[in-house]
Design a protein around this ligand. Structure first.
Ligand code: ANZ
Ligand code: ZN
Length: 831
């Protein structure tokens, strides 16, 4: 077989690996474990290069650790519920289950064609009752622990489709599908009390030392912890009090007005009759704009005066109460004490509406601020208090402490920690998701709180449906249109009852799938806790950075819940997180249909084979970095593998030579061995660092070196060359596993390279040759000595002291100091 023909060999090896079950986890019980995981895909039918790269990063790593003797768990599954399949069904009437099944089949075929090392016996499909019953089980456990509750919340209501639609379906205030107006509507929904874990999730970030700093800081911001105080302002001429949240109570003497969110519950009660019409009109206008639009960075600040006044709890002075767009009803208390001299937003607002500006903080050093009326911008730093009664002269810090304590002592407020993070509303008015296991009985539950379905009745299955009649995208939720599903019996009284017709957000599915892989068919719980002891946490998790907050935060939350429920021993799901960069087209733009620059993985596999696709994508750059697709470099990778093939073919005659040779290695034979062991070391270390591109570069240099060394003639050279080719198959295996096994087989290997393992390099063979050290006496060059590159300081010194010229220069003098610059020079300071 003279030519390199990947198409002729790759399928064969994929089948053999599969039949032999080489990638099965749990087969080396005594060995240390590695759990290597890539984010499970939504099965969209076709793989794109982002998938290819994502899975390769995990695959190279998994193969390497398998070769190093670890028991490796490297599973794959399907995030199979979700909107696209349902939306497609609304268009063309194909049931989501049917489409999802087809998509999984074709996606899986493509995955297999790339030769990934998955343990397919652990495949998980989140749309199977066997999986989603455990979503329902978790839901009920969490309901019992107060971690699930029902609340009212604002949703996007399409006035045409008469249904709730997702944020992404709202385009410029109208429904993307029917172009009718979209309104805010208050509807009940189910929510997870993730905020109970805000502080834990925040503290946990400190332990995630092997996560990209960018991701942990995004999570930190998302959780948004603020330390401050809540303070009560009395309302003039009323018994009501108004509570504000502030992080800067030290500025309170500079508060010149107070602002409420337009939908704050006090607004209606305090607005004076003459202002009522104006305030109501403003609130209506604000209700018609989405919250994000209203509070964006650049949004212009707008407000109206309510006619009422609040009393500053420190100065006793009245200040006007306003209503404005930039105050959120659901953050802090929905009310703000405004200090225009020291807050930028308040400053803009005060300027716009001619409200007074009062400086109460001066910089501790440097120029003093002018009077408020001529101030040019808010001074937002901490400093020293001025014009603040008995607090004048204190630092901001001290003042905050004292003022907080005073408010608390007087029962007019208290120190308070606030989080920006909200609870996670997870009910969706969709069909293709996990049914929420709740039943409503009018008799037993007149308030419609909902009763959980008894655990022994799980799963609550998605019903068979007439797709065209049920999946219309209009009106009530799809499941409400299926009487056989809706009508059930009450678990308490046995009378007629109705099921909840909403389904769960698909982010629920991806919260715990990594644990389901441990025991994918376990029947007594979501997974076998014994397996969790063995495998958790995941050692390396690879995925796109776009999941920085939602998925990666939700599944951290869920992991803590799993611990609370006694299922798993870990607080955090993942030790090391790798967020891979983007694969751009040759034009430098992200590959997308929109730009017409998509390269289909299948086309590369067909033309060049999977090994070329793998080697190219891993060579193109470090995992975290974006790279631009290059056809030339694909060709380059292909040529490289051809060179490997030719080299192996040329040396075919040395096969088996190592086993029969027992003599010494010198000269060229030794050089061959040194090249091989250095390559083993270099590539192994690079893979451990996830520096896959340098691992391949090292392999390329190695191949060049072997070419340069030429034909093996003597028995020693032949033995060395046979070893060298074996090493070549080892270092190739993570990147070009099919080619590696093909070569190994031609050389008589009885087993897959991946099972034979990754040999230790021989340390004696990897030291670089001797290197020169300059030897100085009092800074003057006296000699040069040659020592092993990794020689210790004492050895270098001994070699230098032994040199005749150095001895002569130091004769009769006393050594004051010895300077050692590794790999460069030594200096004897004498006097
Ligand atoms: C007075 C003050 C003076 C403030 C000053 C800041 C600077 P973070 O750090 O993000 O938590 N605030 C409070 N509740 C708000 C709401 N519902 N909508 C909009 N703004 C709100 O921000 C806390 C600060 O944001 C609070 O401290 C409050 O303004 C404002 F020189 O109070 B501050
Ligand atoms: Zn009942």
């Amino acid at each position: 077989n003279e030519r390199y023909e990947p198409q002729a060999i790759e399928k064969k090896w994929q089948d053999r690996w599969h039949q032999a079950g080489v990638f099965r986890a749990g087969t080396r019980p005594g060995a240390p474990k590695k759990y290597i995981l890539e984010m499970l895909p939504y099965p969209s039918g076709k793989m794109h290069m982002g998938h290819v790269r994502n899975y390769l990063i995990g695959d190279v790593y998994a193969r390497f650790f398998q070769m190093r003797g670890y028991d490796v768990l490297h599973p794959m599954g399907w995030d199979a519920f979700g909107l696209p399949a349902e939306n497609a069904a609304i268009k063309d009437g194909v049931h989501p289950a049917v489409r999802t099944r087809e998509n999984i089949d074709s996606f899986k075929k493509e995955i297999r064609s790339l030769g990934y090392s998955y343990d397919w016996t652990r495949e998980v499909n989140t749309s199977e009752p066997e999986y989603y019953r455990w979503n329902q089980w978790f839901f009920i456990q969490m309901l019992n622990k107060g971690l699930v509750y029902r609340r009212f919340s604002k949703v996007n209501w399409c006035t045409g489709c008469l249904t709730v639609i997702a944020n992404e379906q709202v385009k410029d205030g109208v429904c993307e599908r029917c172009e009718s107006k979209v309104l805010d509507k208050e509807l009940p929904e189910w929510a997870f009390r993730i905020t109970r874990y805000s502080q834990e999730l925040l503290d946990g970030l400190d332990e995630l030392k092997e996560w990209p700093e960018r991701i942990t800081s995004m999570q930190r911001n998302w959780i948004g912890r603020s330390e401050g105080v809540e303070a009560d302002f009395a309302i003039q001429g009323s018994e009501e009090r108004l509570r504000v949240f502030t992080t800067r109570v030290d500025t309170i003497h500079g508060c010149t007005y107070v602002v409420l969110a337009p939908d704050h519950k006090l607004v209606a009660r305090i607005t004076t009759p003459d202002k009522r019409a104006e305030v109501e009109a403003f609130a209506r206008k604000m209700a018609a704009i989405s919250k994000t639009e209203r509070t964006e960075e650049g949004a212009t600040k707008e407000g109206v005066f309510t006619g009422a006044h609040a009393i500053n709890p420190f100065t006793g002075q009245p200040v006007p109460i306003w209503v404005a767009n930039f105050v959120l009803a659901d953050y802090g208390t929905g009310a703000v004490m405004s200090v225009p001299a020291h807050d930028a937003r308040d400053f803009d607002f005060a300027r716009k509406y001619s409200l007074p500006i009062r400086v109460v903080i001066q910089p501790a050093q440097g120029d003093k601020l002018p009077e408020g009326s001529v101030l040019e911008a808010a001074y937002t730093e901490d400093g020293v208090l001025v014009d603040s009664d008995e607090y004048t002269g204190l630092s901001s810090d001290e003042a905050r402490r004292k003022m907080g304590a005073k408010l608390q002592a007087e029962g007019r407020g208290e120190p308070k920690v606030t989080y920006r993070q909200k609870d996670w509303g997870f009910s969706r008015q969709r069909y293709w998701g996990t049914p929420i296991p709740i039943v409503y009985c009018e008799k037993c539950d007149p308030e419609r709180k909902g009763q959980p379905v008894p655990l022994e009745q799980l799963p609550v299955r998605l019903p068979e449906i007439d797709t065209e009649a049920v999946l219309t995208g209009k009106g009530e939720p799809p499941l409400a249109k299926v009487p056989a599903f809706v009508n059930t019996t009450c678990p308490t009284c046995g009378g007629p009852a109705r099921r909840e017709t909403e389904t769960m957000d698909t982010f629920v599915d991806s919260c715990w799938y990594f644990a389901r892989y441990l025991s994918p068919h376990f029947d007594g719980a979501p997974f076998d806790p014994k397996e969790a002891q063995r495998w958790l946490p995941v050692d390396v998790y690879v995925g796109g950075p776009e999941h920085a907050v939602m998925h990666l935060l939700y599944f951290r939350f869920w992991t803590r819940v799993m611990k609370l429920l006694g299922l798993s021993p870990v607080d955090e799901p993942v030790k090391r997180l790798v967020t891979q960069g983007i694969v751009n087209g040759p034009d430098g733009r992200k590959m997308s249909k929109r730009w017409g620059n998509v390269v289909a993985p299948a086309s590369i596999v067909e033309k060049y084979g999977a090994d070329t696709a793998r080697a190219y994508v891993m060579f193109a750059g470090p995992p975290e970095r974006d790279f631009d697709w290059s056809d030339d470099q694909v060709e380059g990778a292909y040529r490289f593998l051809k060179r490997v093939w030719v080299l192996a073919t040329q040396h075919q005659g040395v096969a088996g030579a190592t086993a029969t040779y027992e003599g010494a290695y010198e000269g060229k034979a030794l050089e061959i061995r040194r090249a091989a062991h250095k390559c083993l070391k270099r590539v192994g270390e690079a893979i451990e660092r996830l520096s896959f591109n340098t691992a391949i570069a090292g392999t390329m240099e190695y191949v060049n070196a072997l070419y340069a060394l030429g034909t093996a003639e003597t028995p020693a050279e032949k033995a060395a060359m046979a070893e060298a080719i074996r090493v070549l198959t080892v270092v190739l295996t993570p990147f070009a596993p099919h080619l590696a096994d093909e070569i190994a087989e031609a050389y008589g290997a009885k087993d897959f390279v991946v099972t034979q393992g990754w040999p230790d390099f021989d340390p004696a063979l990897v030291v670089d040759d001797v290197i020169p050290y300059a030897v100085q006496v009092n800074g003057k060059l006296r000699a040069e000595v040659r020592v092993a590159a990794d020689a210790a300081e004492a050895d270098v010194r001994a070699a230098a002291e032994a040199d005749e010229r150095v001895k002569a220069a130091m004769a009769g003098k006393t050594l004051r100091k010895f300077v050692f610059v590794p790999k460069r020079l030594v200096n004897f300071v004498v006097g």
